[in-house]
Design a protein around this ligand. Structure first.
Ligand code: SF4
Ligand code: SF4
Length: 171
């Protein structure tokens, strides 16, 4: 599945549970995403460095699927990363394609460009996407991205991966 971003214009969406978006994309993580998902698994079992600049969700080798995907369903639905929560909507501080996305104002006075990935099979079905919900989630995402000290987080991750397992005490 190749992402095809189009400016948002009152699209409809209903997920058909094809699972394709969970097998084709790198999902960037905020610090808060990692904390929330750590309830389910140890971070070393789901976080990887992508391109030395991002921490992303790990994917399985056999189908490129996210490690939290089972039978086409997300197993951390309530705590999935914000980027997944917004999908098939994508928001950004800057235009992501030659065409500017729909420009929306957020409650902190900033603005964001909104796109929809029209390669998603659920786009065009179901209910109209609620723009208010996008505005709320986009602000949470923006705040969490700003609050994420990427250098420190990647440093933490590298130290964490290199940590020696504690020696077990002998009986
Ligand atoms: S969001 Fe779209 S691509 Fe992802 S599982 Fe639902 S219908 Fe499929
Ligand atoms: S966290 Fe859930 S929604 Fe996000 S890619 Fe993984 S399985 Fe899909």
């Amino acid at each position: 599945m190749k992402e095809v971003l189009s400016p948002f214009e009152d699209h409809r969406f209903e997920c058909v549970m094809c699972g394709e978006c969970c097998c084709s994309r790198s999902i960037p993580l905020t610090c808060e995403d990692i904390k929330r998902i750590s309830r389910y698994r140890d971070p070393k079992d789901f976080v990887v460095i992508f391109g030395e600049r991002k921490l992303v969700l790990d994917r399985r080798e056999w189908d490129s699927g996210c490690v939290f995907l089972r039978d086409g369903m997300c197993t951390i639905q309530e705590d999935k990363p914000l980027v997944c929560r917004l999908y098939p909507i994508c928001v950004s501080d800057y235009p992501l394609t030659k065409e500017e996305g729909k420009n929306i104002e957020l409650d902190d006075g900033s603005s964001a460009f909104v796109y929809v990935d029209v390669s998603c099979k659920g786009v065009g079905r179901g209910k109209l996407v609620d723009l208010e919900e996008i505005r709320r989630d986009a602000l949470v995402l923006r705040n969490e991205v700003f609050a994420t000290d990427l250098e420190a987080l990647i440093g933490w991750y590298i130290d964490y991966e290199e940590e020696e397992p504690e020696e077990k005490e002998s009986d």
